[in-house]
Design a protein around this ligand. Structure first.
Ligand code: BG6
Length: 483
């Protein structure tokens, strides 16, 4: 609702735009409006303006439905019909499922039976489905098949809010609107890629959901695999939805399947215990509401991904995500190969940390998705002075200083795209299934080898995950970049 309000405030919605809230509880239109206003005031990106709100709120309605009654959707149907007649919405509908996952299919079936999913000629009916898109490959396939009984694929918009982020869209622009990076964007010049989605927050009252999900399902299967696809894909020949999504799927198909028996050597699982975030004590995962006191659920995961194609063979992607890490940071680090021969060996290294003998660290390209949105290129420079000493320096692009425009919220972009019928930034059925193919094998391997109870939890809140995560990289002679 805050995203819709923001779209209304910037004039992106037509005058007759109408939102019909639908649920099983009885609410009047006025109560629904008051609830929505509270949401906009509390979570909105922009300040609520009375005149804009009034115009927007005039289009807010509420309808109840009864799940099991044969005429249970009549009220909703009549409210939608009224909007068509009185507000000129003309039968164009976007059905947004904001329901528990197990309610999606039954609800889709009822809406279908009530005739609410059919597109009359000249109108559109689209649906936005939120994650989780299943809990593994089999359930994702079943969900997709079930949805297809009510909607054709072109009507289905699977929302992944990472794709709505400006900085994620900019990855495509960075790669495919600039001539200088793409020639280097391959196994020949790139040593490896790191993708980190680090969060300071814990499970934020969603303990029972998280017990079912865990970090792999919550973040890797969707947000991180989307980033893998965008970083790794080939250039589409144009920016049409199917062209872009075809390239993403091709990349995901090239991700080497990990045999469940190899899941342990390709991954690290972690769970946080009590610790400190910004100097404040925070409880451990097992102390969170809705979490079993002996839970083995992972709140941290690190993975190594190999991509079997000509561009990436031999250049691994390391992925990690975790809750209760020291800071919030989503970044993609491209680590380039070192120079083939250094003429500077023997000069005195000055930079702190593990610097190779010649003082030259590998070049890094750091794409910061959030916060401090921007891009940093890190390269060696001569420290001024008589001696030849080298230190890594940064060349920075910061969104905040380069542009004055405020970035829209991811949901603003995605809701508008859906209304305009542009699915480019939504996950297609096959993308979701390919991401599950990879993740399900790891889940299978993990199930066969549950974590050692004596080593779970294995990282205190406020640290960069379990020790094993550092060892995991060290084994390959690499180290995680510290955001
Ligand atoms: C959601 C996850 O999809 O993404 C949450 O369910 C997570 O657990 C959130 O906190 C992170 O989103 P963002 O935009 O803050 O990176």
């Amino acid at each position: 609702m805050p995203a819709l309000y923001a779209l209304a405030a910037e004039g992106s919605l037509p005058a007759g735009f109408t939102v019909v809230g639908a649920g099983r509880s009885a609410l009047t239109d006025e109560e629904f409006r008051a609830d929505m206003r509270e949401g906009v005031e509390k979570y909105g990106r922009i300040h609520l303006r009375e005149d804009v709100w009034e115009r927007f709120a005039a289009g807010l309605r509420y309808a109840t439905y009864e799940f099991d009654a044969p005429d249970g959707f009549d009220h909703l149907k009549s409210v939608l019909g009224e909007a068509d007649r009185e507000r000129g919405t003309a039968g164009n509908r976007l059905l947004y499922f904001s329901t528990p996952p197990n309610a999606v299919l039954p609800l889709a079936e009822r809406l279908n039976a009530a005739g609410l999913t059919t597109q009359e000629p000249g109108t559109f009916v689209r649906t936005i489905i939120e994650k989780p898109f299943g809990r593994d490959l089999a359930t994702a396939r079943a969900l997709n098949a079930g949805l297809h009984t009510a909607f054709v694929e072109e009507q289905i918009y699977r929302i992944d809010h990472y794709l709505g982020k400006e900085t994620v869209q900019n990855l495509l622009v960075f790669r495919f609107a600039n001539g200088i990076f793409e020639p280097l964007w391959n196994r020949q010049y790139i040593d490896h890629v790191q993708i980190t989605v680090a969060e300071e927050i814990g499970v934020e009252g969603r303990g029972s959901y998280y017990e079912e999900a865990g970090a792999l399902r919550d973040i890797v299967q969707n947000h991180i695999m989307q980033l893998v696809a965008i970083v790794g894909m080939e250039a589409p020949s144009n920016f049409q939805a199917e062209m872009v999504r075809d390239e993403k799927v091709k990349l995901l198909r090239a991700v080497r399947p990990i045999h469940p028996d190899d899941a342990l050597s390709h991954s690290v699982r972690g769970q946080y215990s009590a610790g400190y975030i910004d100097g404040q004590p925070v409880p451990g995962y097992r102390e969170e509401k809705g979490v079993a006191p002996d839970s083995l659920r992972e709140t941290f995961v690190a993975l190594k991904v190999d991509i079997d194609n000509w561009r990436w063979a031999g250049t691994p992607f390391y992925l990690r995500t975790g809750k209760r890490l020291p800071k919030r940071s989503t970044e993609i680090v491209i680590q380039f190969r070192r120079v083939p021969h250094s003429p500077f060996a023997g000069s005195v290294p000055l930079a702190a940390g593990a610097v190779p003998e010649d003082g030259i660290e590998p070049n890094l390209l750091i794409l910061r998705i959030q916060p401090d949105e921007g891009i940093t290129l890190r390269f060696g420079a001569k420290i001024p002075g008589q001696a030849l000493r080298i230190e890594s320096v940064n060349m920075d692009f910061m969104y905040g200083t380069a542009f004055r425009e405020q970035s829209p919220d991811a949901y603003e972009r995605l809701l508008l795209d859906c209304m305009l019928g542009d699915p480019t930034l939504f996950a297609r059925e096959d993308e979701v299934e390919e991401a599950w193919r990879f993740c399900t094998a790891i889940l299978d391997g993990w199930r066969a080898h549950p974590p050692d109870r004596t080593n779970c939890p294995n990282y205190p809140a406020g640290t960069w995950g379990p020790e094993e995560s550092q060892e995991f990289m060290a084994r390959d002679g690499r180290a995680w970049h510290i955001p």
